[in-house]
Design a protein around this ligand. Structure first.
Ligand SMILES: Cc1cc2nc3c(=O)[nH]c(=O)nc-3n(C[C@H](O)[C@H](O)[C@H](O)COP(=O)(O)O)c2cc1C
Length: 360
């Protein structure tokens, strides 16, 4: 990359989080992009062909900048103990009162077609490529830079931020403890700390001059302003867009966001084997304490069950991913949600200085 090239050009300091499993759609991303905020498409769980379609669909709607998020596979998680898996399967069958045919007897592992999806992204016009659950190799980062794109890595702790600062990544992504969906924790690097998002942003500013995308639990315009004041270059928001008109969120999930507002959110491995924040339900109450950390084996164990739960309006057996701000979710067009979150910040021409100088 040319060192004079600006690292970021965001008309609005807001990032639409990638939300795999349905909510992220090209239509949602394009609607957000048109406001001047930066959307990420979610590649997780998609086939490479479907990812290419989603990117082309987005590109047909707008020429605004966008990013794509990939799940980095962890081959060390390939071997999971069969007895433990099958014992957990029995517990799930009991707790969910599920049809046995929905739950695979043997553990399934996949690398989420990482290499092929990376090629799709490299060949696309995506300006940003982000990675969750792990850091890609330096050679992957180099290829992304050669393709003229910027790399975003995520951390949930100080050591995680330090590791990103020491890498060739262009943007430090920080996920705070209140965030909805999977924790972005990288095994062996960050320890899933519960330090506040503001503390983590401040740490990033002391160890790096890279731009910072930070989010988790954002519910109001005041929350966005507080994170920008703390030093975030842009604030990443997911949950508040789950009931946007353009989102692809499952209907039972949408309903739960409005009907289960008297419940707390909890961090659970019960659905996928990876910690994720969700609205508490019967599934999390019964299984969170005994779920083994087998990812993605538990994702595949429960995926047909969750699809079935959605089809039967059964919120008690569905992964109701949500951040702590979920009671502020409103059904509206995505552009209205962006306007609601940024009433105080007029669009700016450029939210970043040149790489090599101050990069925020
Ligand atoms: C339904 C849902 C799906 C998510 N999927 C992804 C994903 O595919 N990749 C990723 O990096 N983060 C994912 N996240 C986490 C977001 O990137 C982000 O950290 C989070 O949404 C911010 O917190 P908030 O939901 O409270 O706004 C997801 C979050 C939600 C709510």
């Amino acid at each position: 990359m040319n060192s004079e090239e600006p690292v970021l050009r965001l008309a609005r300091p807001l990032v639409l989080a990638p939300m795999a499993g349905g909510p992220s759609t090209p239509r949602l991303a394009a609607a957000v992009a048109e406001t001047g905020a930066l959307p990420f498409l979610a590649a997780g769980y998609l086939t490479p062909g479907k990812l290419r379609e989603d990117i082309e669909d987005f590109e047909s709607r707008t020429s605004a900048p966008f990013g794509v998020n990939l799940f980095t596979p962890d081959p060390s998680g390939q071997d999971c103990d069969l007895d433990t898996y099958q014992r957990y399967r029995d517990k799930v069958l009991d707790a969910a009162n599920a049809d046995e045919a929905l739950l695979p007897e043997e553990p399934v592992w996949s690398d989420d077609a990482f290499d092929d999806k990376l090629e799709v992204v490299l060949a696309s016009t995506a300006r940003f490529v982000s990675f969750t659950f792990g850091h890609p190799s330096p050679s992957v980062i180099e290829r992304i830079h050669e393709a003229g794109k910027l790399v975003v890595l995520y951390a949930t702790s100080r050591p995680g931020i330090d590791a990103i600062a020491a890498s060739q990544a262009d943007v430090i992504g920080i996920q705070g403890p209140e965030a909805g969906g999977h924790r972005a924790t990288v095994a062996g690097i960050d320890d899933d700390s519960n330090e506040s998002l503001v503390t983590l942003i401040e740490h990033a500013l002391t160890v790096s001059d890279n731009p910072v995308f930070a989010g988790g639990g954002v519910a109001t315009a005041a929350d966005v302003l507080a994170l920008l004041r703390a030093g975030a270059t842009a604030v990443q928001v997911g949950t508040l867009f789950l009931d946007a008109d353009e989102a692809g969120t499952k209907k039972t999930h949408r309903r739960a966001l409005h009907e289960l507002t008297d419940r707390n959110t909890v961090i659970t491995t019960a659905f996928t084997g990876r910690p994720a924040r969700a609205i508490a339900n019967r599934f999390t109450d019964s299984l969170s304490e005994i779920a083994p950390g087998f990812y993605p084996q538990l994702h595949f164990l429960t995926s047909a069950l969750r699809k079935d739960a959605d089809e039967h309006n059964d919120a008690e057996n569905l992964n109701l991913w949500a951040g702590t701000g979920f009671t502020h979710v409103n059904a509206q067009p995505a552009a209205s949600i962006v306007r609601g979150l940024l009433p105080y910040t007029p669009p700016v021409e450029e939210v970043a200085a040149a790489k090599g100088g101050s990069r925020r």
